[in-house]
Design a protein. Sequence first.
Length: 447
Amino acid sequence: MKLYSTNLNAPEVSFREALIAGLAPDRGLYMPKDLPHFSKEEIDSFRDAPYPEIAYRVLSKVLEGEVDDQSLKAITYDAYNYDVPLEELDSNTYIMRLDRGPTASFKDFAARMMARLMQYYLGKENKSLTILTATSGDTGSAVADAFYGLDNIRVIVLFPTGEVSDRQRKQMTTLNGNITAISVDGKFDDCQAMVKQAFADEDLKHLNLSSANSINIGRLVPQSIYYIYAYARLRDYPEDIIFSIPSGNFGNMMGCVLAKTMGIPVRKIIASVNENDEVPCFLLTGQYEKIVPSKNCLSNAMNVGHPSNLARLITVYGGAMDEKGNISKEPDMARLRNDIHSGSVSDDQTKATIRDIYQKYDILIEPHGAVGIKGLFDYRAESNDDTLAVTLETADPAKFPEHVRAETGIEPQIPQSLKEIEEKEEFMDDLGTDYAGFRKYLLEKLG
Ligand SMILES: *Cc1c(COP(=O)(O)O)cnc(C)c1O
């Protein structure tokens, strides 16, 4: 597997190099040059296979020759030791629950795989590194949990003080050990900007920094597997399927684009966003404008005013976008609009959807999942397309108990993994949004 940079100004690299580096030297994001194609027979063979087995078979083709089979099998079975339920809403609509991992968010799928792959390479090479990551809530906790206790990897996670829930914060601050949490007096975009600047900073090169954000290709590839899994469970090849994906930084959606590239007949990818509607506007007008600052919405892990993965999407459609959001080459907008639909869901609609789904189906969802469902319903209303659809629930309702309680009167049951952190002591450092302060902190901390 060879990877190129979305800024098209860096050498091609191997998967290992892209995984460890995170960002390309030209500040672009790595993308696979070519991906394997799965045949009808292969997809059929996934139908009854356990999730980790599907993950193993998909990854052994995608990463052919990169990781030995025995290690890869051990890694996938160790990473995916939890359920991936497909819950029927009606005969045409399923909710894929990606919220059963240790931190109760879909980010566990990516973080657990990435941590184990990094450990595999670093262990073989006897090296160490520091993961630097910005989070709007769930990445940080999933990454911290996935890397916690690994010998040769230290994790520093930055989160916006006012934008994460108590429970999300505790998931990052109660681990300690090789995990450092930093509370930033700013927004997610500020955290992301500081992290990006640190990666580009020549004076920090000796610190051996790596990223674990959705910008790391090691996170993207595992996020294609559950689309293949859902398709194999629910459809007969070559029947079409629709996925509705609650989106913020668009890494989850890019996983679906990869699955489609690998042969899954996805009729429409619905990228549902909250009131940060820069992508729906872009698809509508062809003009891209970031939202600065991003808006605070109930689905706080999706409060992103400029999704980094947009650059990846644009290269898949023949265009080029730099990290600032400037488009230097137009993508094929007609093909893009044909494959991808993106709609914005307001906070009021999000709340109403949590209520409706509980009243009609007796199912509890949280704000991110509600954005996905409402986005699907809106798409159906305007398109009359009744293809079987899978909408993603990306977090456990217990991570957002206030909203769930307010709309349904029900107190969501807290999964065991979240219960345990309630009473634990918190460890964190506080920083502002200026880069100089952050840099000084890193140099003192890591020397
Ligand atoms: C991160 C996150 C999202 C958004 O995923 P992206 O890959 O950033 O688009 C949606 N829901 C939850 C619960 C998340 O944590």
